[in-house]
Design a protein around this ligand. Structure first.
Ligand SMILES: [Zn+2]
Ligand SMILES: [Zn+2]
Length: 424
């Protein structure tokens, strides 16, 4: 007997309906905001993530599924979506289109982490990317899109944490200030932090180790170090969020675990999860496309883990489900299976969700099965009625049945199911 690999899960049909519902809301919102879907490969050249995500990040150092294929190329299962989408933007010359280019994706990502509730090794993300706009309006558009998504799902109490991490002009001064702050205390930090202090001191701010978090408590806030451009941008983002009626909290130590961010960074935190457990987040990445070998192109986006979101939705209410319940069961006496089969075809062509018994059991067993499917109606084909050009329409919810003319059964069921759907 096999089981699925640790950190992966099968999504069976009943649960898949929740995913379809959630993804449907994401797709609908993206269409309303003018984002087009992009589907990139599940694996990429490993170098893309070294350059796009950053060498001194947890993802690249510890969490990637990297393998050598039969031709000796190093490939990596995508651990995040932004670097692949940036790669596609460049490869297909999307910078030659009218800017900004607004894209979204929904799909699997892979990270080698310790599995826990809602944190899997194969996990699912919904993300958006805007390329070709440096405007604070773009930052706020992606934040409001994410917020609308949480709202549409019925997830309340989602807090927006906001920060700016500056730009290549002003960040070096801040990094120096961080190093000065950390150097005398570095003995108390974990081995990772000690190693990263000189190379990438920003990473010490989001280390998950308890001792490191405690020692980062009084770190100098970045605000005093922002250049005038970054300060004005940050100010405008805050004003636009306030004008949109979105509550947010400034979090001076929020830096996000990826190297490509510049200026705005944000996270969505749900009160049901711990403070370090964000539902999703993102930020501006004005240097990413250049890091990938392209021209300077500003960008901003977010990504959110859908697995964890579903866990939260199940705790705090009930996620919706895609509408896939069967509406009609077609049952036929022995000898009329073919006629039943053809009637089921007609009903489906009329837009109804129809199950048909394949005639491998008696009518009594068929009736029992029909009752278990949850379908509100059954159509029975009996030899006597069929001879008289009739079928039996049985109400599986209220009980009772009646005869209906054969040529009337399709419009009759459409009428009844149409009005039943309207009442719900
Ligand atoms: Zn700056
Ligand atoms: Zn640490």
């Amino acid at each position: 007997m096999f089981s699925s690999p640790r950190g992966t899960a099968d999504i069976l049909p009943e649960e898949a309906r929740e995913w379809q519902w959630m993804e449907g809301i994401a797709r609908d919102l993206c269409a309303r905001y003018g984002y087009g879907e992009i589907r990139t490969p599940l694996f990429e050249h490993t170098e893309l993530f070294h350059r796009g995500v950053g060498n001194a990040t947890d993802i690249v150092e510890k969490e990637m599924y990297t393998f050598v294929d039969r031709s000796g190329r190093s490939l990596t299962l995508r651990p995040e979506g932004t670097a692949p989408v940036g790669r596609a933007y460049l490869e297909h010359h999307l910078n030659a289109l009218a800017q900004p280019v607004k894209l979204y994706y929904v799909g699997s990502m892979f990270r080698y982490e310790r599995p826990q509730a809602g944190r899997m090794r194969e996990f699912h993300q919904f993300g958006v990317e805007v390329f070709g706009s440096a405007s604070p309006l773009a930052d706020v558009e992606v934040i409001t899109l994410a917020h609308s998504f949480y709202e549409a799902l019925g997830s309340r109490d989602t807090l927006i944490a906001l920060n700016s991490i500056g730009c290549p002009q002003c960040r070096p001064r801040y990094l120096e200030a961080l190093q000065e702050y950390y150097r005398p205390k570095i003995g108390g930090f974990c081995a990772n932090c000690q190693r990263r202090l000189e190379r990438n001191p920003l990473r010490l701010l989001d280390c998950k180790e308890e001792q490191c978090r405690r020692l980062s408590q009084d770190v100098p806030p970045i605000y005093d170090y922002l250049c005038s451009g970054c300060r004005a941008h940050f100010q405008q983002v805050q004003e636009l969020l306030a004008a949109s009626g979105l509550a947010f909290q400034l979090q001076p130590r929020l830096v996000r675990g990826l190297d490509y961010y510049t200026r705005t960074v944000f996270e969505f935190i749900h009160s049901a999860l711990g403070a370090q457990d964000a539902l999703g987040g993102g930020g501006r990445y004005d240097g990413l496309i250049e890091d990938l070998g392209g021209p300077p192109v500003p960008g901003v986006g977010f990504a959110m883990g859908l697995d964890r979101l579903l866990v939260v939705l199940r705790q705090s209410g009930r996620p919706g489900k895609a509408e896939t319940d069967p509406q009609v069961c077609v049952l036929a006496f022995s000898g009329l299976e073919k006629e039943g089969f053809l009637l089921a075809r007609q009903l489906r062509a009329a837009g109804l969700r129809v199950l048909q018994d394949f005639g491998e059991r008696g009518l009594k067993a068929q009736m029992k099965w029909a009752g278990r499917t949850g379908a509100p109606w059954a159509v029975l084909l009996g030899p006597d009625e069929w001879q008289q050009q009739k079928v039996i329409l049985r109400d599986l919810t209220a009980g009772g049945q009646e005869e209906v003319a054969r040529e009337q059964i399709v419009p009759e069921l459409c009428r009844r199911l149409g009005s039943a759907a309207g009442e719900r």
